[in-house]
Write a protein that binds this ligand. Structure first.
Ligand code: ASP
Ligand code: MG
Length: 408
């Protein structure tokens, strides 16, 4: 018999009917003899509503009070689910963050979990009781309620699973797993049976927003097997685990893309030591995060310097660059916002050569021009024109055989 932590998101808690549906699911796991600890989100839209209410009084008001207000959403759903479990014959007991307690630091609205006392939950489990714990919240040293940042219930689920040394942390949501790419772009996208933490981090940070990134980092650190699955459709979902060296990993697990980037090029800068720092220093000082960077030296002793930033930072970056361009004696500053980054992700590429050239050949055959390239151990990213996004994703999805399941 296993100890399982199940986390149900806002959509799964969206109405009384849905909460009763979740209760039946929990009851069925419990009925099979498993020990189950449940973590829930607020009803979908509720946290937004509560924060809006708070901000309507004072948008710059005390973050301690924002947390006090936002945390109530989950207090409602734990009670409702515990009631629904009782109704289907399962003894359940609800807990807010402070009742567990889940101790955090004092950074309101983005608190980090420091310590969980899992004793009470453990003894409930042993007594056949299902504890239902409020996600997203905790308590800090001065006994104020804290919240973990939006989407934080995923992290609560993983943290509880780590504290309880659970066999698995199941994240129930409205999709039935992690896909090879966004099915809205490539309808032939396929659900992955398993994926590694590292791959999931790359896919998540690049836009496949199934899980809060922090929860995946947490799960990787504490080696908590994580499973993403649907509340509404039965199925095995996607298991996220450590890389298993005994297993032959598929070469490529997925294709991520990001429409949020903008590209900036400073051309004809004198090529001398310190030029990269002279350009990127002021960008960093303006609190602008740089993603990809490419620099190359032409024959004339001048260099072109290209990098990407988030589109929200585009205008500010351009201001900094225009000022710097004059100071540094650059020939010009060019920029583009109609670009996207497309990335191939897979731990299998660590041990295989030739993935990059296969990727570039496939894109060339489709007539897609590559503007920038960057690589890491498990990822190759290219920047292309935005109008080619769909074509690029579909071309690569096909070229790397992602439509068909890898042979068992
Ligand atoms: N209810 C919180 C939010 O909407 C936490 C969560 O759902 O994970 O961000
Ligand atoms: Mg969520």
């Amino acid at each position: 018999m296993a100890l399982i932590v199940q986390k149900y998101g806002g959509t799964s808690m969206g109405s009384v009917e849905r909460i009763e549906h979740v209760a039946r699911k929990v009851a069925s796991w419990h009925g099979q003899g498993h020990q189950v600890v449940v973590v829930v989100s607020a009803m979908s839209g509720e946290t937004d509503r509560l924060l809006k209410l708070a901000k309507s009084i004072d948008p710059r008001g005390s973050q301690r009070e924002f947390d006090q207000i936002a945390a109530t959403g989950e207090q409602v759903t734990i009670g409702l689910l515990a009631l629904a479990l009782g109704k289907v014959g399962v003894s359940a007991r609800s807990y807010t963050g402070w009742q567990v307690p889940i101790r955090t630091d004092g950074s309101h609205m983005k608190a980090r979990i420091q310590e969980i006392d899992a004793e009470r939950l453990r003894s409930d489990c042993e007594a056949g009781i299902v504890p239902v714990v409020a996600g997203f919240q905790g308590i800090c040293d001065d006994n104020s309620v804290t919240t973990l940042g939006r989407g934080g219930s995923d992290t609560t689920g993983v943290a509880l699973a780590a504290a309880l040394k659970a066999d698995e942390c199941q994240i129930y949501t409205d999709v039935d797993g992690v896909y090879t790419t966004d099915p809205r772009v490539e309808p032939k996208a396929r659900r992955l049976d398993h994926i590694t933490f590292e791959e999931m981090l790359e896919l998540a940070s690049l836009g496949s927003k199934v899980l809060q990134i922090r929860s995946v980092e947490f799960a990787g650190k504490y080696k908590v097997p994580l499973r993403v699955l649907s509340t509404f459709v039965d199925g095995p979902g996607t298991l996220i685990t450590l890389e298993d060296n005994k297993m032959e990993e598929p070469l490529i697990s997925g294709i991520a893309f990001n429409r949020d980037e903008a590209q900036i090029t400073m051309s004809g800068v004198p090529d001398r030591p310190g030029i990269a720092a002279a350009i990127l220093g002021p960008v960093g000082e303006a609190n602008i995060e740089v993603d990809m960077i490419v620099q190359n030296v032409g024959g004339d002793g001048a260099t072109d310097f290209t990098f990407t930033v988030h589109r929200n930072d585009y205008e500010r970056t351009l201001e900094v660059m225009s000022r710097l361009g004059a100071e540094l004696g650059a020939k010009g500053v060019a920029s583009a916002t109609d670009i996207v980054k497309v990335s191939l992700v897979g731990v299998g590429m660590r041990s295989h050569a030739g993935i990059a050239s296969k990727m570039f050949k496939a894109l060339a055959a489709a007539g897609i021009n590559i503007r920038m390239i960057s690589t890491s151990e498990i990822k190759i990213s290219v920047v292309i024109e935005e109008m080619y996004l769909e074509l690029a994703v579909r071309t690569l999805h096909k070229a790397f055989g992602l439509e068909t399941a890898p042979a068992a």
